[in-house]
Design a protein. Sequence first.
Length: 417
Amino acid sequence: MVNTIFPDASSRLGLPAPVYGGWMYALAGDLAAISGIELAVATVYEGERSQYFDINGIRYYLIPRCKRFRRASSSVLNWRQVALDFQPDLAHVHGTECSHGMEMMEACPTLKYLVSIQGLVSVYHRYYMAGMSNWEVFRNITLRDILRWDTLFHARRSFQRRGIVEREYINRAIAVIGRTEWDYSHIKAIRPDATYHFCNESLRDEFYSAEKWSVDRCVPHSIFLSQASYPIKGLHEVLKAVALLKRDFPDIKVKIAGNDITKSSSLADRLKRSGYGKYVRNLIVQLGLTPHVEFLGSKSAAAMRAEYMKSHVFISPSSIENSPNSIGEAQILGVPVLASFVGGVPTMLQEFAKNSLYRFGEYEVLAVKIREIFKHTGATAQMAGEGMAYASQRHDRQKNLNKMLSIYRECAAVKAG
């Protein structure tokens, strides 16, 4: 059970291919290729009726999204039909952020459920504002926020509400899969007797056989961020660091994958702009960074790979993360990485933490680390090479597949509660 429609299913429905969740596509493809394994992928979508179909050895179930946050009777019936049709030995819920997995847990309580942790919204809500003061949030509320009842205050509250369901997932599952000291600590805090399995994630296919990064081929003084749509992702902190560097590096550029949240060229743009987008736009103007910031729009895996390769450094500046695959993608390509010391990120970076990590909010320290990467070619290349070697082990497809199969066998053998 997943929170996105996989690319093959999206193509079948005539929908745009998703730009996230690549680790799940990789795992599904590897599992489907194994003789004796029957695999189904279930999720919700905006359609009016349930759809079931098979593509490339995977059965897809698409269930109409419940319009309310919690279950409806029609949704219960749909999930029971999925279980009756496929009769799974084990139901693997990827991510605890959304409620439809809980709908199936409640509709089919006798199934064995295994839950994989991606992030933990029950914890993330504490860091949602990412250093923004209440006044900064309040004065940047837009008409769009008011009409949609979707200010940053509302968004933080939504994370808190979803965290209640997240705790239910963890308490009902027969086991939980994680991959960092951070998620282990929080799982044990929620449920001390939880069975916890460690398993790293694999990356999208495009990142394994690609040409490796070279300082000689990158665009000098370019910074790449994989997303920045809401405060947790920390774009505003990177902007503050860049403002300290632009005098010494007048060609410095921050490139951000994803839609331009600051866009205001027309009345329609301004009416659609979120409070965070307004805040970032004002900060860019205030710091004199308009020519130094570029939003790239949504990118495919291949296009993302190209952006990593062109960058001088990749930054993960979030106020909280568990184990962002963007760090893994950058590292396995050999791109220099800087990241905030939050959540599970130190587990990912291991012995490279000293040179790669900085405390979130300390944009002055981030600026110094960016400067060092820009100025010291030899040290930068060494840092990139060390990260690439470690990421190659962490994201080893066969090793991660074997570990997941071992977890499946162990969980399938557990007597259903």
